[in-house]
Design a protein around this ligand. Sequence first.
Ligand SMILES: [Zn+2]
Length: 202
Amino acid sequence: MTKKLKIIPLGGLNEIGRNMTVYEYGKDMILVDCGMGFPDDSMYGVDMVMPDVSWLVKNRGRLRGIFLTHGHEDHIGALPYVLEKISAPIYARRLTAGLAELKLSEHGLLEKTQIITAEPGETIEAGCFSVEFIHVNHSIADSAAFAVHTPVGTVIHTGDFKIDVTPSRGEMTDLTRFGELGRAGVLALLMDSTNVAHHICL
Ligand SMILES: [Zn+2]
């Protein structure tokens, strides 16, 4: 059977929150973000909404790493819930790694979890995937987008971002790197679109 790249969203589509995407190729899988969702008006008495990770648990032996774009709850909130069931190293920028560490220590999961910091420009090898960290602006510091380099090509996974030419802190979104990757060719762009409909005025 020929190997195929599969991108499997476990949450985060057509909803705000629960951002969680599996990339699978052959016997390797990585997870990008591990967020919780927020209850809507119909969910009386519900405090938080977790993604259904039963498929991930079933395939946990193939998970090579969890990559976090940034430290908001809808991107890291489900970490304790998921890491109770599976274990995999976490890769994130410094602030995101710190927030993940806090969350895991509250749940007594820090001992069994490796958290590794990576900064823009760095590429992490995880199975057959090479995940490149790219700086983006967002309402929380240390946000990243990923170029997920796979054996069949590159997928860009933006996480939440804005293009702020005068960021109050740090550098602006690394448009140069996105341009270079675009010129080299990408298979797919997975892009945050929170509230985007509100900005389309016809
Ligand atoms: Zn966010």
